[in-house]
Design a protein around this ligand. Structure first.
Ligand SMILES: [Fe+2]
Ligand SMILES: [Fe+2]
Length: 150
């Protein structure tokens, strides 16, 4: 869809190049883009920490469900790149958990991460998501389509 002229470009803009071709996966990626955009908007407007935490944990929950679904599809169809792909998912989750742990530690001492650091996390997630879709999920999509998955 062509954006309206007065509509600002979203932080994480969808492109047809990100289309994997498997309905469930594409729908979930679209949902991740939306939540990431929501998180970015809240951070840009220096929103309330409770709202940031809620949005971030919803993004993490969505990501877990999505990774689980991709991994289940890989297993069902004996995807040869399963181990590697699963490992990439696990590394990302560990990295995000590390960031959250640091945040909680800071809060224990009544300190806050700077807005720049919070925005770094959103940037990192956007770069990770896009490159993972283009480099890995699209390969999986091609494989699943060859197995007649829609
Ligand atoms: Fe994915
Ligand atoms: Fe993936």
């Amino acid at each position: 869809m062509i954006p309206q002229q007065d509509e600002p470009t979203p932080f994480c803009a969808w492109s047809d190049d990100y289309q994997v071709g498997i309905q469930r996966i594409d729908r979930q990626h679209d949902g991740l883009f939306s939540t990431l955009n929501k998180l970015h908007d809240i951070l840009m407007s220096h929103g309330d920490q409770i709202v940031i935490d809620k949005t971030l944990s919803s993004l993490i929950d969505q990501t877990r469900v999505h990774f689980h679904d991709e991994e289940a599809l890989m297993q069902t169809h004996d995807y040869p790149g399963y181990q590697n792909h699963k490992e990439m998912h696990e590394i990302l989750l560990r990295q995000v958990e590390g960031v959250l742990e640091t945040q909680h530690e800071l809060e224990t001492y009544h300190l806050q991460q700077s807005w720049a650091e919070k925005l770094d996390l959103a940037d990192f997630l956007r770069e990770w998501l896009i490159s993972h879709i283009v480099d890995s999920d699209k390969k999986l999509g091609t494989f699943l389509k060859s197995k007649k998955v829609e």
